[in-house]
Ligand binder design. Structure first.
Ligand code: ADP
Ligand code: ZN
Ligand code: ZN
Length: 799
């Protein structure tokens, strides 16, 4: 037999399939989806088996495949097929896609930093002389230090291929004798052998509970390891190491079962249609459009119940940020042990174990963030994507897949319905529903009969500001005061972290910029530094202008840190929690802040868009948006859509329980349609208006788009290559296609790389895919000249 293998060779990325002969002794183990080690040139590399054939096309003698990596093939034939389809559509190499389907710990190679235990390295606490896995570093400061070290002669990088995943083992004790023999032993034990008598008595009384784990014997009977060892030596018990799963839901074990609510008419109508598709095995896509609080989650859970009742499994995707403990608790309470959860807050070991429980068929319901769309779940009867408008379903780095499209593919494969839910559906999805490509289902009322909050705009052009700054209007501050007097809570959103966005010299006009990127540095008071939000560069806060030495420098703009300081001054005694990237870096801090706010240990939760979604705090009666305009004038074609979405979502956080809610939005653009329609929470009108704008601008959903970016150390090289690509496309395409650019990207330089981009807009272009694959292949060649080329199909952002 012959195995067709996609090999993992970083320097020679290609979708070419290599053939290997399967030695007889491996024939049983090698399956489609297996990870294998094969000889490649003079090296041994890892690969994935994507096909098994009886005959080879190849004339020469094939090399033998060496060994399989895992006991069970980690990928299923479905996922292998999916990888082939994706590679054709998203301009990523197939090996990258196959790797992305595995939990991080199982991915093949990684770069290890080897540092000798010399004096210099010892000064850096996290090195300690041990090799460090570079890909695992998330702290920008650490990465920077690592790079500095790399430049020094005594450090080196090595590429390692190994499976870092480790199973957790626990000792178990099983019985070796029969009951009569244990009774005999008990009777011969001396009176003072208390522990031993206790153990034998437990065996006699509870023999059906064995084998028992080491921890339960030690905790339950108060035994020591020494007494267990001696029991094993005497032959009373046999010890065995067995695998145990690390369970991220361990803390939720004893939740009481919730009483299922009775659905209202709208919910029931929606559910009936979804259930029908589940029963009939139909690959239909539903768009469930329901205002905030209309009970969409309840519909999902009922539909999942239906799939399970049919003996099928269910996959539910939610944005990372709404995978709150509240949410997980709800699903777990309904579906018990058959639920697996996958998101970034889990430890690598937990992720690995959850993933293997799924692979082994022990799971019926998977709830997870974007990458969970690749779980090896079989027999899927329903897929749900909550908050389908979220741009986080698109991965912004290689492989640039959109989980929504992957879900559509899988729903077709499994002949099961896909439900996309949102209060503010993406324009693309809503337009497809309009054309009956998707099936539109509507929930127009709040399920618990609570009114939508009243939303008022505050025109910052005509207000009095509180305190000496230009961030908080007197009206907003007064409204906060009133709520705090009533012991109610407030959520404030400002979509910008840090203290000020730039340092400006009033003498010479100098603006302090990042040395590596084309952006200004942000002032951060908590770390006493100037920071780049793109590359992590930091430097001390200047006291004089670096250009003219004048002391007349000012820090302009605002951020969450600055507003926190202002609030402290304006509202003495108010307890404020801040939630942004800077306060949630450490594991668990996100949950700690939310728990603390939920327990009313704080009055105000101030944060970036992190706080806009999914949070449900009954005592919050006021939501304030400090600046609604932060995203409005970005060059993105969907800036209005994103602004409308964000404002509607954050407004939905107010007045969710008995107390009526109020929303105050500060803006310099109260006449902008996105802001006005967010005020009335009128999705339908927004949709109509925005579709006109998209039509006029030849933008999605009227046109498809592809963004091609070129990066290089030298600006002219990036530009030259971009022009070359454009010429190539123009030569081979007809004039239905609109090609914009090349132009420098909105941020033209990041990490010392210059970026040029081309935007291709088209309606139908059968040739384009082939041409773009050609461009992608030429990228391999371009790499040699220090050029990088990225192709993003249907980009979420065009910057
Ligand atoms: P959405 O996801 O649409 O924003 P949720 O599913 O979170 O809304 O529901 C909002 C609230 O309404 C929740 O507290 C939920 O328990 C409640 N709810 C949902 N459906 C019903 C119903 N049929 N009857 C009563 N309460 C309901
Ligand atoms: Zn100056
Ligand atoms: Zn930078």
């Amino acid at each position: 037999m012959i195995a067709q293998v996609i090999v993992d060779v970083a320097a020679k990325q290609t979708d070419r399939i290599f053939e290997y002969h399967i030695p007889a002794e491996l024939e049983k183990d090698v399956k489609i989806g297996s990870r294998v080690i094969v000889p490649f040139g003079r090296r041994k590399v890892q690969g994935f088996v994507v096909g098994i054939e009886e005959k080879s096309q190849f004339k020469g003698k094939l090399k033998d495949l060496l060994v399989t990596v895992d006991e069970m093939p980690p990928l299923t034939p479905e996922l292998i097929k999916l990888s082939e389809n994706l590679a054709q559509n998203i301009f990523s190499y197939r090996i990258t896609i196959l790797q992305a389907m595995l939990p991080w710990v199982m991915r093949a190679g990684y770069r290890k930093l080897l540092v000798p235990a010399n004096e210099k390295a010892k000064q850096i606490p996290f090195f300690q002389g041990d090799p460090v896995d570079l890909s695992k570093m998330t702290d920008l400061k650490q990465i920077k230090k690592a790079h500095q070290l790399l430049k020094s002669d005594d450090a080196k990088i090595e590429y390692v291929v190994e499976n870092r995943a480790k199973e957790k083992k626990e000792n178990q004790y099983e019985l070796t004798l029969d009951s009569a023999e244990y009774t005999k032993i008990y009777n011969t034990l001396r009176q003072n052998a208390v522990k031993q008598k206790q153990l034998i008595m437990d065996i006699i009384e509870n023999k059906d509970d064995y084998p028992k784990s080491q921890s339960s014997l030690i905790k339950g009977l108060g035994l020591s390891t020494a007494s267990l060892n001696s029991a094993v030596e005497k032959g009373w018990l046999k010890r065995k190491a067995v695998e145990v799963y690390r369970n991220p839901l361990a803390g939720f074990e004893d939740e009481e079962k919730p009483v299922p609510v009775t659905l209202n008419d709208e919910q029931q109508t929606a559910l009936n249609q979804i259930n029908k598709a589940i029963d009939q095995h139909k690959a239909e896509t539903f768009l469930l459009e329901g205002i905030t609080g209309s009970g969409k989650t309840e519909v999902y859970l009922h539909a999942i119940g239906q799939a399970l009742a049919q003996g099928r499994n269910a996959l539910m995707l939610v944005p990372e940020i709404s995978l709150t403990p509240q949410m997980v608790k709800q699903v777990k309470a309904r579906f018990g042990d058959k639920v697996a959860v996958l998101h970034s807050a889990l430890s690598e070991g937990e992720k690995y174990d959850e993933w293997r429980r799924i692979r082994r068929g022990e799971i019926q319901v998977v709830v997870g963030a974007r990458s969970a769309v690749f779980v090896p779940l079989d027999n899927i009867g329903l897929i749900v994507i909550d908050e389908e408008h979220e741009s986080s379903y698109k991965q912004e780095s290689n492989p640039r897949y959109n989980a929504k499209n992957v879900a559509i593919w899988r729903s077709k494969y499994h002949h099961c319905p896909l439900v996309l839910g949102s209060a503010t559906p993406s324009l693309g999805s809503r337009a497809r529903a309009q054309k009956d490509v998707y099936h539109l289902l509507r929930l127009t009322k709040r399920a618990n009969h609570k009114k939508l909050p009243k939303v008022n705009l505050i025109d910052l052009k005509h207000v009095q500001f509180a305190g000496g700054q230009f961030d908080l209007s007197v009206e907003l501050v007064d409204a906060i005061k009133k709520r705090l007097e009533k012991k109610e809570q407030v959520i404030l959103m400002l979509n910008r972290r840090g203290f000020a966005n730039f340092m400006l010299c009033r003498e010479c006009g100098f603006v302090l910029k990042c040395p590596n990127c084309d952006v200004s540095l942000n002032l951060h008071k908590d770390t006493n530094s100037m920071q780049c939000h793109y590359c992590g560069h930091t430097e001390p806060i200047p006291t004089r202008c670096p250009n003219c030495q004048s002391s007349k420098i000012r820090f302009v703009g605002t951020g969450t840190q600055k507003v926190q300081e202002e609030l402290d001054e304006l509202l003495p005694g108010a307890r404020i929690l801040r939630m942004d990237v800077d306060t949630t870096r450490r594991k668990g801090s996100y949950k700690r802040i939310l728990d603390s706010f939920g327990n009313h240990e704080a009055d105000i939760l101030l944060g970036t868009q992190m706080i806009a979604k999914g949070l449900d705090f009954p005592n919050v009666t006021l939501v304030g948006v400090i600046n609604a305009d932060t995203g409005l004038w970005l060059s993105d074609y969907n800036a209005s859509e994103k602004t409308f979405e964000l404002l509607t979502q954050v407004a939905g956080r107010a007045g969710r329980a008995d107390k009526e809610g109020e929303v105050l939005i500060q803006t310099y653009n109260p006449e902008h349609y996105a802001i006005q329609l967010a005020q009335t929470q009128d999705y339908e009108r927004f949709y109509g208006y925005e579709m006109h704008m998209r039509h006029a601008g030849n933008y999605p959903p009227y046109f498809y788009t592809v963004l091609i970016s070129v990066a290089a150390k030298k600006e002219q090289n990036a530009a030259r290559e971009a022009f070359k690509i454009k010429r190539y496309l123009l030569q081979h395409l007809n004039n239905q296609v609109i090609i914009l650019g090349p132009s420098p990207s909105a941020i033209s330089r990041v990490k010392n790389q210059y970026y040029y981009q081309i935007l291709v807009k088209y309606k139908k272009e059968p040739n384009l895919n082939k041409l773009l694959h050609h461009v992608q292949d030429s990228a391999q060649e371009a790499k040699k000249y220090g050029l990088s080329i990225f192709i993003d199909n249907e980009p979420e952002r065009i910057m």
